[in-house]
Design a protein around this ligand. Structure first.
Ligand SMILES: [Zn+2]
Length: 95
């Protein structure tokens, strides 16, 4: 699956990660390879939050915002997904 963000198209890749390595994460954004990778076996993974988190990294990259605040990205991702889940009528509005 791919996702269009700005002028680029990124591949969304789901794969397992070796968690014996240090610095393991739920996923990452790779602007050079044009990929968003989700680590499907990551303990405590919420795939929706992680995907939105990495999409926000892509938006920051596309808009040339270099002052990335991981905590802010994680907060926005978590809150937007949870607002959507708790307010399903918002997501089901006709376009
Ligand atoms: Zn991040």
């Amino acid at each position: 699956m791919t996702i269009k963000i700005g002028f680029n198209e990124y591949e969304i890749v789901e794969k397992e990660e070796d968690y014996k390595q240090e610095g393991a994460s739920h996923g990452y954004f790779d602007p050079i390879a044009k990929k968003i990778v989700i680590h499907t076996n990551s303990p405590g993974l919420d795939k929706d939050v992680t995907l939105l988190h990495e999409i926000l990294h892509a938006i920051f990259y596309e808009t040339k915002h270099n002052d990335i605040n991981e905590e802010l990205i994680e907060t926005i991702s978590y809150w937007l997904i949870n607002i959507g889940r708790r307010n399903p009528k918002i997501q089901k509005r006709p376009s």
